[in-house]
Design a protein around this ligand. Structure first.
Ligand code: TXA
Ligand code: MG
Length: 316
């Protein structure tokens, strides 16, 4: 059992010893360890059961610390940093100052300043950045509450800092730079429109194959461990026997007796839907549910990232 609490000094002690702590961010909870310590980084991969070819994000609390970590900060990156950090945006930046294990030997390091007061406070008390993937076993749904971390990794870590429910609920948007052009590698909690308002058109290079070298991960990700049918719920309902069904809808209530249903946002509010998507998938992880019926949300704003996660959950 991991202890859940708000004791930052305790988290500092554990992290200084190369051990791991669950940390809150505005996107999802992270499984954090010293990003500059091979020992701590190795522990992260082992604890998550994550393949070492899937690199980790380094989190800091200031642009100065980011500058110390990287060898080159393109002008557009600086613009984005000034506009959106702290926030749900991760940037891939050139570096030779971090362990290869952190970047899986890739030439760039993923960096982010998260927007959460507890974690910013914690980062301010450390002499190193924190490597933090989402705090879930590899391939499973990302945690958006301290209890989710305790449920899944509680037997492997000592402490989870409790920062309440994640405000955004989707992982950060990941961008890289090619000749000063912004390339989006993972759709996430920062809307493309907002990024484009600052830097102009971006290029989408979101990976939908199982090529693990690109960020944005392996296709069958975010799985609640059972089959998910993504499409018109009404049609899929008539085609599938009413046994062991679970439904994740955007707005509509289907009122089917004995069927577990989660509505992402009755008002059709995309921010609310984003906050709820991972806990919705998690609630389907129930032995009575054999098949999940879900539908796309409107493909705009955060809806792009929600649909991306639903498609990956359906890909298994
Ligand atoms: O919102 C988030 O980003 C959360 C919170 C905890 O900050 N973290 C998170 O980490 O989602 P993770 O490890 O679950 O996803 C990070 C993704 C991975 O898919 C990885 O492939 C990509 O970032 N990535 C990390 N470092 C990279 C690098 N050096 N080059 C290319 N891709 C990288
Ligand atoms: Mg993850």
């Amino acid at each position: 059992m991991a202890e859940i609490g708000q004791n930052i000094e305790k988290a500092v002690r554990i992290l200084n010893d190369d051990h791991l702590v669950g940390i809150p961010t505005e996107t999802v909870y992270g499984l954090a360890g010293n990003a500059l310590s091979e020992k701590a980084v190795l522990r992260i991969y082992q604890t998550k059961n994550r393949p070492k070819f899937d690199p980790l994000i380094a989190h800091t609390n200031s642009l100065e610390k980011v500058k110390d970590l990287v060898t080159h900060l393109p002008d557009v990156a600086l613009q984005l940093a000034n506009q959106f950090w702290p926030g749900p945006l991760t940037m891939l930046l050139e570096s030779n100052r971090v362990p290869d294990l952190l970047t899986s030997g890739l030439p760039r390091v993923a960096v982010r300043i998260p927007s959460h007061s507890l974690t910013l406070n914690l980062l301010g008390k450390l002499d190193f950045p924190l490597a933090a993937p989402s705090a879930n076993p590899f391939g499973y749904v990302s945690p958006t509450e301290a209890l989710h971390v305790e449920d899944q990794l509680g037997d492997k870590i000592a402490y989870v800092l409790d920062g309440g429910r994640c405000e955004v609920g989707l992982e950060s948007t990941i961008v890289g730079f090619e000749k000063e052009q912004v390339v989006v590698h993972r759709l996430g909690g920062m809307k493309l429109d907002d990024i484009e308002n600052v830097v102009g058109r971006v290029r989408l290079k979101v990976n939908h194959s199982s090529n693990p070298v690109a960020p944005g991960m392996i296709k069958s990700h975010y799985s609640p461990g059972k089959r998910l049918l993504l499409g018109n719920i009404e049609e899929n309902l008539t085609r599938n026997e009413n046994v062991g069904l679970g439904i994740i809808s955007f707005q509509q209530d289907y009122h089917i007796p004995n069927v577990k249903q989660v509505i992402l946002s009755r008002d059709g509010n995309m921010e609310e839907a984003a906050r709820n998507i991972f806990s919705a998938l998690r609630q389907m992880d129930n032995p009575n549910i054999k098949l999940i019926l879900a539908e796309h949300v409107p493909n705009e704003g955060l809806g792009l990232a929600i649909n991306d996660r639903l498609e990956r959950a359906a890909a298994k």
